[in-house]
Ligand binder design. Structure first.
Ligand code: HEM
Ligand SMILES: *[C@@H]1O[C@H](CO)[C@@H](O)[C@H](O)[C@H]1NC(C)=O
Ligand SMILES: *[C@@H]1O[C@H](CO)[C@@H](O)[C@H](O)[C@H]1NC(C)=O
Ligand SMILES: *[C@@H]1O[C@H](CO)[C@@H](O)[C@H](O)[C@H]1NC(C)=O
Ligand SMILES: *[C@@H]1O[C@H](CO)[C@@H](O)[C@H](O)[C@H]1NC(C)=O
Ligand SMILES: *[C@@H]1O[C@H](CO)[C@@H](O)[C@H](O)[C@H]1NC(C)=O
Ligand SMILES: *[C@@H]1O[C@H](CO)[C@@H](O)[C@H](O)[C@H]1NC(C)=O
Ligand SMILES: *[C@@H]1O[C@H](CO)[C@@H](O)[C@H](O)[C@H]1NC(C)=O
Ligand SMILES: *[C@@H]1O[C@H](CO)[C@@H](O)[C@H](O)[C@H]1NC(C)=O
Length: 543
């Protein structure tokens, strides 16, 4: 990611403040899109798995279960392998290798991991997707807005068996939480924040729950509080006013009433405060869960907080048309939290892309209007609108960057969005040609590209192709990136570009899997400079 550093020379101190300036393109664009867009056009897809908050897993087919709660439990159990003394463990997707342990009993862990695996890619680890999933699920259940950072790295094996179990005593729980970096107050908070949604499944905990299995509740789920589908302080109000239904607090089996021991561990002070003030509960849960999700091995460096970019390209690519023109096509997204953003009617929003040619020059003719897409989009964090871009660009002039001038209504002054100053960079040197790329029935993929021929010899050209293989021992996947050389094919529809192609196996290595996202970069090296068309989407057309 590119962050500007602002350095001020204040004698005798050289002070550098890293200011948050996520600029496009970033390795986290896919995660930022998935964070920002939760329904409609360009839906990131994660929230669909937990909407509404009571939504059952596997597309709503598993009666009585709750995907949002399963995701949160998954993330807690994954992070609970952290050891503050060694700095190892934490949210690293090691849970994938730990699902057969009694501590992690139930089908839910693998069911959640399979859902998340669809979002794994070169730029989105399982652990990042899991963190993002929990943040989106909690927000969608009415809980706090938890800041999202990316950069987690998936483990290659399981961690220590340190997930707390309900039959353990308070002392074990206190020391388990201490090992993960949380004191008693924080332990009470985390457990209350976790146990405000979902419940206990009789099929997995018959020593804690009985008589709950019915045809509409085949797993025999007993909820922790009377608002299992709302991330609210009910778990605390019911505990304090003596109406708790929590099977781990007032269950028939004293031994497994760990919530009762934990909630009362400070004489009920924390639970009292939660019960009295829903905003305090929400804020505490926000910061505790943020810490839990950001508990990562000490070697992992998390990114700055990722928030929706106000203006951002989406699947915006250039290719050569049959008449030799460059065609820029894709979308631009506009996000805002203001009343004007919410009230805007996209069809009435002027949105113009103004580009610079390859020599960095502007011209009134280097401009195109983007048109509102007919399907609307939704975001948990504000209002988001998409506009389609389709512009022919004279290949001899080319494009090097663009800015977006736009407004929420056509009477307003235009906002000039320049991606943090330098414009949205856009290279016209190495371009994918999607109309020619195709997949053979023999599981090979052929990528066609065009590369400019007027800049000197092309010293290297290749496709960097990332697919997914089974992460043996876990139901998640891992990424394999291969480099396939682009061979010179011949001319193109433009005198300024030559055609290249690369053919390689669609599943290059390891066990074949359709889980995860496939993306590829098209790369050309000319005169020592590297030109990359990033993150092109998987090719499905048959040859
Ligand atoms: C001493 C600590 C803890 C113990 C002993 C404990 C124990 C349990 C047990 C036995 C269940 C029932 C699981 C099932 O039936 O599938 C459960 C569910 C759950 N736990 Fe915990 N838990 C603890 C802490 C936490 C924490 C810190 C969180 C998250 C911050 C959390 C989140 C959840 C969630 C969301 C569920 C509901 C899962 C569902 O409905 O499928 N737990 N917990
Ligand atoms: C736990 O730490 C928090 C600050 O992070 C502090 O406010 C609280 O008093 C501590 N609780 C205990 C029991 O030490
Ligand atoms: C309560 O749970 C403990 C530990 O899981 C178990 O050993 C015991 O048999 C249970 N008691 C009852 C009454 O089910
Ligand atoms: C804590 O609250 C519970 C449930 O309301 C109650 O039974 C218990 O006596 C309280 N404990 C203390 C130490 O106040
Ligand atoms: C803008 O482009 C037009 C057409 O290519 C050209 O005639 C004109 O000179 C350019 N204007 C500037 C200021 O470069
Ligand atoms: C070339 O083709 C593109 C895409 O079909 C079209 O938009 C553009 O107007 C054409 N340019 C010329 C000069 O005909
Ligand atoms: C989860 O999936 C993994 C990998 O397929 C498998 O080894 C494991 O047994 C599964 N766990 C459960 C509880 O089904
Ligand atoms: C790639 O280009 C070569 C010519 O260089 C051609 O023989 C081959 O058929 C092309 N591959 C595909 C799958 O189109
Ligand atoms: C490319 O070259 C072939 C043969 O060399 C020629 O037939 C074709 O017209 C050329 N295409 C273009 C667009 O120049």
């Amino acid at each position: 990611m590119h962050f500007r550093k602002i350095c001020l020379l204040i004698a005798p101190l050289l002070s550098c403040t890293s200011i948050r300036a996520y600029v496009w393109p970033s390795p986290y664009d896919f995660l930022e899109d998935a964070y920002t867009v939760s329904s409609g056009f360009a839906d990131g897809g994660i929230v669909d798995g937990v909407n509404p908050c009571s939504f059952e897993p596997i597309g709503g087919r598993l009666a009585g279960r709750q995907a949002a709660a399963e995701w949160l439990r998954l993330a807690y159990h994954d992070s609970a392998t952290y050891n503050i003394e060694t700095g190892l463990g934490g949210l690293d997707a090691s849970i994938g290798f730990e699902t057969n342990r009694p501590q992690n009993i139930g089908r839910s862990m693998n069911d959640s991991l399979v859902f998340f695996a669809a979002f794994q890619s070169k730029t989105s680890s399982m652990a990042d997707v899991m963190a993002l999933g929990v943040i989106l699920a909690i927000k969608n259940c009415g809980g706090p807005s938890i800041p999202f950072r990316a950069g987690r790295i998936d483990a290659e094996s399981g961690g220590p068996e340190t997930v707390p179990e309900p039959q353990q005593d308070l002392e074990s729980h206190t020391s388990a939480f201490a090992l993960q970096g949380f004191n008693v107050t924080e332990m009470i908070g985390l457990v209350a924040c976790g146990h405000t949604i979902g419940g206990v499944h009789q099929v997995d905990f018959p020593l804690s729950v009985e008589g709950a299995i019915t045809s509409s509740n085949p797993d025999g789920v007993v909820h922790f509080d009377s608002t299992f589908d709302s991330f609210d302080n009910r778990i605390a109000t019911q505990w304090i006013d003596g109406t708790s239904v929590d099977p781990l607090a007032v269950g028939f089996n004293e031994t497994t009433n760990s919530d009762a021991r934990i909630f009362a561990a400070d004489g009920n002070r924390t639970m009292q405060a939660f019960a009295q003030d829903p905003d305090f509960f929400s804020a505490q849960c926000g910061s505790l869960l943020e810490r839990m999700l950001n508990t990562v091995p000490k070697t992992v460096q998390l990114s700055e907080v990722i928030e929706p970019l106000p203006v951002k390209p989406f699947e915006l690519f250039a290719s050569l048309a049959s008449n030799g023109s460059l065609v820029l096509s894709g979308y631009v997204r506009i996000f805002g939290t203001s009343a004007a953003a919410a009230a805007a009617s996209p069809a009435n929003m002027p949105v113009t892309l103004n580009w610079k040619d390859r020599n960095g020059r502007t011209n009134a003719s280097y401009s195109t209007s983007a048109v509102a897409v007919s399907q609307t989009s939704g975001s948990l964090w504000g209002s988001v609108h998409f506009f389609q871009v389709s512009a022919a660009i004279d290949a001899s002039l080319g494009i090097s960057s663009f800015v977006v001038d736009w407004a929420y209504d056509n009477s307003g002054t235009l906002t000039h969005s320049d991606n943090g100053g330098a414009g949205f960079p856009f290279q016209d040197v190495a371009l994918h040609q999607p109309d020619k790329s195709c997949r053979g029935d023999d599981l090979t993929t052929t990528i066609y590209a065009v590369i400019r021929n007027d800049m000197g010899p092309v010293t290297d050209a290749y496709v960097e192709y990332t697919s997914n293989v089974n992460h043996v021992g876990s139901i998640s996947v891992k990424q394999v990136t291969i480099r396939a050389p682009l061979a010179h094919v011949g001319n193109s529809t433009s005198l300024l570009y030559d055609t290249y192609n690369a053919t390689f196996p669609t599943y290059p290595d390891g066990t074949q899997t359709d889980e995860g996202r496939i993306t590829f970069d098209v790369v050309a090296v000319i005169g020592g400079e590297t030109y990359v068309s990033l993150s092109n989407p998987e090719v499905f057309a048959l040859c």
